[in-house]
Design a protein around this ligand. Structure first.
Ligand code: G16
Length: 550
């Protein structure tokens, strides 16, 4: 093993005041991240927030987006200069978020730096991001992200070593001064873990059967190598089952966002008239989100979570029962119905995977998920796209009925939570704030107001007290609750990089079988109208229609 010599420098800088992490890490445009000392300031602030950094192990990798490789070189230099003991690096700088989470615990690392702006567009004109996961493999909690932000706001210098250019592609061990770098196969540990959770034999039988076909859209993002290795190479799905399987720095010029608006190729395939696959799925930029489809059928993420919970007994790793479940507040209450029937706890947390971490660590929950196409379990402390796909395949292998019939039978047993999310993207921040101020001012007057068949029972600003460490998170979204189990939620996204994004979540619950197959936007039309009226959307932000409907 060659020991490359190093020369360390301390670079004086002016602090940056805009490094407040959002829902999941710091996300800015590539251009912003490339401005002098910007990335370095955030990385140094992460390092300074870790008292036991010296001699520790860190995991490093990203979703392969534009600037991934350059950022890794910078971070390696800074890690050496800051006396990190060891870096576990995904080959070619690639690691999906769930795989990174697993490596953190597999290697007893202090944490992991994941370079991704998730589902946001990539390329030179796109977005970049940095997430930090802690020793439990989970996203940094608010206390830590606040501290990183504070440090960045006052940082006056960072340390960096000028390493000879590190080749990221060759597996092996490298030594830079006192720091070692181990470049590992990004897929190996992850696929072993998946094999220990699911019945790979049954799934292989399904995937190689003449009566079954599937399409997995990796969206030219990080999941491609994982999906090809597991679905095609190990489980025998025909070559070409994984489409857009090669990670590209600009994701082929598309948003790597697995939803009806952005996974257009998959949606077209699942609605084609001939040779329609029986199962369709997609994952996002960094591999933690998933979208599930059947033949001419879309499964909402909220329903998917509920169905996974109701069928968990079919999966080897969960066959002895699940402890509890959790969902983010705007996620539909479909899983609540399952939890109630199973007699297990169901927690309602703010948006953001970090809020599940304490519950997972305390073994209070086994499964959790969000309306934003994220589902996961206690197998890693992050949401996991491919895991959800394998979960569905394992259910299909056991139940031998179509995706649509699984969902219809679920609704017959538990009722249906009609659900939609309307996003108004890139609105002026001032207008978004005025809209929320307007809502706050009217909150108290809303209860008992009647709109057609809907009477408001309660209206509040969601506040969460973590049941494990009692930390408080306030202003997590406005909830308007109706007598008949309907809800409207207003929230501002914490993952965008341009202007503000208003999210309006609309839900109603029906138990009458005759009402299960109405088109979602039609079923929710009266509530959509009420939401637009209560928030005075047209007037406040001057938009007639949402930009994205999921
Ligand atoms: C992140 C978080 C998720 C959250 C989602 C949406 O996902 O990890 O927990 O639900 O953002 O956040 P927002 O509504 O604030 O945009 P990802 O996949 O982008 O890391």
């Amino acid at each position: 093993m060659t020991n490359f010599s190093i020369k360390t420098e301390t670079i004086a800088i002016r602090p940056f005041k805009d490094q407040k992490p959002g829902t999941s890490g710091l996300r800015k445009t590539v251009k912003h991240f490339q401005s002098p000392h910007y990335l370095e300031t955030f990385i140094q602030s992460i390092f300074n927030s870790l008292p036991t950094l010296k001699g520790s192990t860190l995991v490093l990798g990203g979703d392969g987006r534009y600037f991934n490789r350059e950022a890794i070189q910078i971070i390696l230099g800074m890690a050496t200069a800051n006396q990190v003991g060891k870096i576990i690096l995904g080959q070619s700088g690639i690691l999906s978020t769930p795989a990174a989470s697993q490596l953190i615990t597999d290697y007893n690392a202090l944490g992991g730096i994941i370079l991704s702006a998730s589902h946001n567009a990539g390329g030179k004109a796109g977005d970049f991001g940095v997430k930090f996961d802690t020793a439990n493999g989970g996203p940094a909690p608010e206390k830590l992200t606040n501290s990183i932000y504070q440090i960045a706001s006052h940082l006056t210098s960072y340390k960096i070593a000028h390493l000879a250019h590190v080749s990221l592609d060759q597996l092996g061990h490298y030594q830079y001064g006192d720091m070692s770098v181990e470049i590992i196969d990004s897929v190996k540990n992850y696929s072993t873990l998946m094999g220990s959770i699911f019945n790979f034999g049954r799934i292989a039988t399904l995937l190689t059967s003449d009566d079954f076909s599937m399409c997995f859209d990796a969206m030219n993002a990080v999941t491609g190598p994982y999906a090809i290795s597991i679905l095609e190479d190990q489980l025998g799905a025909p070559k070409g089952t994984v489409i857009r399987g090669r990670p590209l720095p600009d994701f082929g010029g598309k948003h790597p966002d697995p939803n009806l608006a952005h996974a257009k190729q998959l949606v077209a395939t699942m609605y084609q008239t001939e040779n329609t696959p029986h199962f369709g799925a997609a994952s996002d930029g960094d591999g933690d989100r998933n979208m599930i489809m059947g033949d001419h059928f879309f499964v909402t993420p909220s329903d998917s979570l509920a169905i996974l919970a109701a069928n968990a007994h079919l999966i080897p790793a969960y066959s002895k029962g699940i402890k509890g479940v959790a969902r983010s507040m705007p996620t539909s209450a479909a899983v609540d119905k399952v939890a109630k029937k199973m007699g297990i706890n169901c927690f309602e947390t703010p948006t953001g995977w970090k809020f599940f971490s304490n519950l997972l660590d305390a073994d209070q929950i086994t499964l959790c998920g969000e309306e934003s196409f994220g589902t996961g379990s206690n197998h890693v402390n992050e949401k996991d796209g491919l895991w959800a796909v394998l979960f569905w395949l394992n259910i299909l292998a056991e139940r031998k009925i179509s995706v649509k019939n699984i969902v219809l039978q679920h609704w017959q047993e538990y009722g249906r939570n009609y659900y939609t999310r309307h996003d108004y993207e890139n609105i002026p921040v001032d207008a978004a704030n005025t809209l929320f101020n307007h809502l706050y001012q009217h909150l108290e007057t809303l209860p008992k107001q009647q709109f057609g068949d809907y009477t408001i029972s309660d209206a509040d600003d969601f506040r969460y007290e973590d049941p494990i460490d009692q930390s408080i998170s306030e202003k997590q979204g406005i909830r308007i609750l109706f007598d008949n189990d309907a809800r409207i939620i207003f929230r501002l996204s914490g993952t965008g990089t341009e202007g503000a994004t208003l999210r309006v979540y609309i839900e109603k619950y029906v138990t009458n079988n005759n009402q299960f197959e109405i088109e979602t936007q039609t079923a929710l039309a009266p509530l959509i109208k009420i939401a637009t009226h209560i928030a005075d959307i047209k007037q406040q932000i001057n938009r007639d229609e949402p930009t994205v409907i999921t």
